[in-house]
Design a binder for this molecule. Structure first.
Ligand SMILES: [Mg+2]
Length: 306
């Protein structure tokens, strides 16, 4: 069981990164534009509006790592450490940062004042202030895209969900985002700890039913910056395709917020199929630094006694 669990933890973490790298070059393209330009994208090609190098990842992976490092260093109450990592990343002037995350980080820094690193309550306050300011439109993808790690690290399902939701609430004060972050965490948690693909798919279908997701998610398929759309596309291909590769390829070829959908769907499909099922040619495109970090964080999650 140990080997299988480790393979699935690695699968979920690497899944986020390869999904982000595969989808990044297609961000903001429509499904039709992708078909016209490429037919279908099945390789990590780089390019796109961010001029990515093949294998280069975006904010989805950067924030996932910020969360994971924070949890691994301060498991009991990780918000301060995660927040510090968000700020370090923000100060590195990343080429891609979502509006809600950027504005929430700016407000949190203002609230922190001389303290420089905001305390947990200042993050939560910043996100609420931002949501009030933007007419309660804080349901973007920014929280969902970064919360794969709690479900891998914590051995208690409820604790994993609580931490994931709190980390989402640092920038995204939004009820639906909270719900989807919690469901995503439950799915990741359950799939990495259960064996066969059929068993895991049963878990996914049961949870969709139990959580009445059909009522919460929009009809049809549309890849956008809204967390409900991303979850819909991710779950649709998770249950309708039968390999890691086919699932992620289908999800990112929807276009729209393709890097985020790739990351979210990659986290789920990685938890379902495990690392051994991720195409090696995709993994090889990631930088050695990133791969080393993913290995280290996978090991920390596997060894975690929390
Ligand atoms: Mg991105």
């Amino acid at each position: 069981m140990g080997d299988k669990l480790f393979d699935k933890i690695r699968g979920a973490l690497y899944g986020v990164a390869v999904g982000d790298a595969l989808g990044g070059p297609l961000e903001f393209m429509s499904k039709e534009e992708i078909i016209k330009s490429y037919g279908e994208v099945r390789e990590i090609i780089g390019g796109g509006w961010l001029s990515l190098k093949p294998g280069e990842t975006t904010d989805d992976t950067a924030m996932t790592l910020a969360v994971a490092r924070g949890i691994a260093t301060q498991p009991d109450d990780p918000l301060y450490a995660v927040g510090k990592n968000f700020i370090d990343w923000f100060n590195s002037e990343p080429k891609d940062i979502g509006n809600t995350c950027q504005e929430a980080i700016e407000i949190a820094l203002q609230l922190a004042g001389d303290e420089q690193i905001p305390s947990s309550d200042k993050w939560i306050k910043a996100a609420v202030e931002l949501s009030d300011r933007n007419n309660h439109r804080s349901g973007g993808n920014g929280a969902l895209m970064r919360t794969v790690y709690p479900g891998l690290f914590y051995n208690d399902r409820e604790k994993a969900c609580d931490v994931a939701v709190q980390i989402g609430d640092m920038t995204h004060a939004d009820e639906l985002s909270d719900k989807l972050v919690s469901i995503y965490t439950e799915l990741v948690y359950d799939m990495v700890r259960n064996g066969s693909v059929d068993e895991c798919l049963g878990i996914v279908l049961k949870l969709i039913e139990e959580k009445k997701l059909k009522d919460k998610l929009p009809p049809g398929l549309k890849s956008s910056g809204w967390c409900a759309d991303s979850m819909k596309v991710s779950l649709h291909y998770l249950v309708s395709k039968s390999s890691f590769e086919d699932t992620i390829v289908a999800a990112v070829n929807e276009g729209g917020d393709s890097d985020t959908v790739g990351a979210v769907c990659g986290g789920l499909a990685g938890a379902l199929y495990g690392f051994e099922c991720i195409p090696e040619r995709w993994v090889k495109t990631l930088s050695p630094t990133l791969s080393a970090e993913l290995e280290r964080l996978s090991q920390s999650a596997f060894d975690s006694e929390y």
